[in-house]
Design a protein around this ligand. Structure first.
Ligand code: TRP
Ligand code: SF4
Length: 400
């Protein structure tokens, strides 16, 4: 019933590195040819943990968008925007907060985990607790049915699904709702079903509050109803409308296997990264300085690629022929480590060349970036406003 739509967000963390490229951005670039896509900078999400030092977020956001563009995200195909520039996200977050049980938020696994991991920060804040709910608002406001995320974010998408279900049960209708609700009413037994129908009519035609209460009591006393049917019948009783929020699905993004310069996963916090647009001399230096098999002290010592982080980069970048050359040459001391590193350096520089090229224009004239973002904000807002219109109406805020 809704168009397939992809949505994903990223916190503005400053310059992105090759791990982001291989883990996330390559996938976005592929998706933009398959679906309408919305990609946004989650700057409010950054504030949930960085509220004490918000300066820098804006700059990181712009730099990150330049990295997206450099990686090949195409503003003609995908809408690129900034969360805080589509304030409807905040309105939906607020409205959803009214019906979100506190326990659901406290049980999200990242809540306690992150508090422990970032123990130097006071994360006993309202905003931090509400983080998954803000993410739900991000997703639900676009009725996005495809959310590419890493494994760590799956609980958040699940949370969003449950929330959408709760919302629709409370304020809306699923497809075929009416029929399902009538079926459920029949399960009350013919006598109770008849009085239920009478009470329902009394309420819907005359706004008889007493009748609702009696019908609710009648349902409460019907142990044969499943939880779902109970919610249907309750919704039917009060005559709520259509399916308003779409339960999203996720597209699992494989965890990036991109190794860093030390053989651990590439990550800013390990200080082992190569940034997306890093200059050529620096890339060359960094790879040349990489540690190798510790057993290979002299050029004449044979080595073992399995114990060498350079080999892991060959696994990402080199073809079978080159990999054979490394295996042979390393184990027989036929090649030196700098020889071995050269094809990796060449491959990274080749991968980065079009990125550097695409970024150049934006670095020379940042107003181009601002324009792309402004256009993306506009497109996103149109969609967001449609949803908010329905949500407000569903929640009884339909002032005219
Ligand atoms: N929470 C995500 C992260 O930290 C970023 C994010 C915010 C997001 N809102 C989203 C991702 C909506 C997908 C959809 O990585
Ligand atoms: Fe590592 Fe290559 Fe040196 Fe072998 S030859 S230790 S694989 S850098």
């Amino acid at each position: 019933m809704y168009a397939e739509r992809v949505l994903s967000g990223m916190r503005p963390t400053g310059s992105l590195h090759l791990g982001h490229y291989h883990g996330v951005l390559k996938n976005w670039v592929k998706l933009q040819d398959e679906y309408p896509c919305l990609f946004f900078v989650a700057d409010w999400h950054a504030l949930t943990t960085q509220y004490d030092d918000p300066r820098g977020i804006e700059n990181s956001a712009i730099e990150m968008v330049i990295d997206w563009l450099a990686a090949g995200v195409d503003p003609e195909k995908a809408s690129i925007f900034i969360q805080s520039m589509v304030p409807e996200h905040a309105e939906l977050h607020l409205l959803l907060s009214m019906m979100t049980p506190l326990g659901w938020l406290e049980r999200v696994p990242t809540y306690k985990d992150q508090q422990e991991k970032l123990s130097h920060k006071d994360l006993t804040t309202y905003g931090f607790l509400g983080y998954p709910l803000l993410m739900s608002a991000d997703i639900l406001i676009y009725r996005a049915d495809k959310v590419p995320v890493g494994e760590d974010q799956i609980p958040h998408v699940e949370f969003t699904r449950e929330l959408a279900r709760r919302f629709n049960h409370m304020y809306g209708r699923e497809p075929g709702f009416e029929d399902k609700a009538r079926e459920a009413v029949k399960k009350l037994g013919s006598k109770k079903a008849r009085s239920f129908e009478e009470l329902r009519r009394a309420f819907q035609e005359r706004g008889d509050g007493e009748a609702v209460a009696r019908a609710q009591a009648l349902i409460a006393e019907a142990p044969s109803l499943s939880h779902e049917d109970r919610e249907r019948v309750l919704g039917y009783l009060e005559g709520t409308g259509k399916m308003i929020l779409v339960e999203p699905g996720y597209l699992l993004t494989e965890a990036s296997k991109m190794p860093g310069l030390d053989g651990q996963k590439m990550s800013k916090s390990y200080g082992n990264t190569i940034t997306l647009r890093e200059d050529e001399a620096s890339v060359t230096q960094k790879v040349r300085r990489m540690p190798t098999d510790p057993a290979r002290v002299r050029r004449s010592d044979a080595g073992d690629p399995e114990r060498c982080p350079v080999w892991q980069l060959h696994e990402v970048y080199s073809d079978a022929g080159c990999r054979d050359w490394v295996q042979q040459g390393c184990r027989s001391a036929g090649i030196g480590c700098l020889d071995c590193k050269q094809p990796v350096i060449d491959a990274i520089l080749k991968e980065q060349a079009p990125m550097r090229e695409r970024a150049r224009m934006y670095l020379e004239d940042r107003s181009l970036v601002r324009k792309i973002i402004a256009a993306g904000n506009e497109r996103a807002r149109v969609l967001a406003q449609e949803t908010m219109h329905d949500v407000r109406a569903a929640m009884g805020l339909d002032y005219r």
